[in-house]
Write a protein that binds this ligand. Sequence first.
Ligand code: FAD
Ligand code: UDP
Length: 382
Amino acid sequence: MKYDAIIVGAGIAGATAARILAEEGNKKVLVIERRSHIGGNCFDEFDDYGILIHTYGPHIFHTGEESVREFLSRFTEWYDFGHEVVAKVGDQLIPVPFNLNTLHMVYDQEKADRLEKKLLEEYGGGSRVPIMKLRENEDPDVREIAEYVYQNVFLRYTMKQWGQKPEDISPEVTGRVPVVISYDNRYFKDKYQSMPLHGYTPMFEAMLDHENIEVCLNTDCSEVLKFEDRKIFFKGDEFTGDVIYTGAIDELFDLRFGRLPYRSLDFKFEHLDQDSFQGHSVVNYTVSEDFTRITEFKYLTGQKDTNGTTIVREYPFAYTGAEGEIPYYAILNEDNENLYNKYKTMTEEFENFHLLGRLAEYKYYNIDAMTLKAMELARTLI
Ligand code: FAD
Ligand code: UDP
């Protein structure tokens, strides 16, 4: 096949762009993926015990974006799932994000009623207040709640996840899990909250199943793509079609200006010969343990007839680039953004080259935002 476009990476960014280019643009697309499977970090598979697990950590789809929901619904049916998370604080399991239910669990009735009234007056019912904003409030009652939430929900978890205190990381990150002034225990607020009924991998298979798309697994793009003299070469020949790159940008230029910092995760899976381990899909360990959270997959995906149960613990660490490590989270700060921009500038000399995705854009994207961005980019290229 002679290709009109080449996409590096078969995650949600690459797969979405490939489908739009192939279908709406009638372009012949080659997708190059270094892993042995499609799906990027959304990949899921059945473990040795027949339980569907998320190999790269729990992924819950949620969106308020109709166009994204509509697009992905062409490739999967859904299992409705209003994700709820609890945090283990002492002997209690408290709902996270911290909300009015949590308030009533941690304070006695009289005090909780008084604090609830105060929160409603200050912020209004249904509002979502980032912890770093709540801490700025001067009212002693509100400050007391903020201090409780900071100490029991954010401080230790963030230290584990980022190696830094909440005040030293981008407020955008802790702002993802605000204090919620309502009785809604759900982790997300979006209209649609669900999991692909048969898993993410079949959804990706359906997305990439198109006569104009060819997928080449187990291939690092450096084996076939070269960037020289303002031109891109594919297997030795100049390639003038569009190239969409969803990998890490520093790797593309041999770490010329140094490595972009990331946080990584070590996932420790365990199968237990018991019906249930924690009775919840995700328990966050916000004040104790070295791991951040435990996911029990059967509760995430509604798997009922399983033998035993499979769980995973997540241990964060600083990404070093060593063999086998995966860069999961960009560390958002000014220094890193400047370093990123140095690499980005280098890509600007290649007119037909496009950066897309969590790695290539060095951003914190959810699945839905990534899908939307990929749809938009692909449509501008048609
Ligand atoms: P990826 O999924 O990382 O795909 C990039 C692909 O490119 C990979 O397959 C990689 O192997 C390939 N690649 C890279 N370099 C090369 C190269 N040189 N040659 C060939 N191939 C290459 N989002 C949600 O909406 N809900 C969640 O619950 C959620 N949970 C998450 C949990 C964790 C632990 C993490 C880390 C992320 C989570 N996300 C979640 C975010 C979600 O994973 C991302 O939005 C999404 O995976 C981004 O897709 P992507 O295509 O940009 O990147
Ligand atoms: N966070 C926390 N305690 C929690 C949940 C989240 O401190 O119980 C902080 C932590 O810094 C985390 C950030 O909020 O990295 C964003 O949480 P989210 O669940 O969105 O992280 P992700 O799902 O992307 O890992």
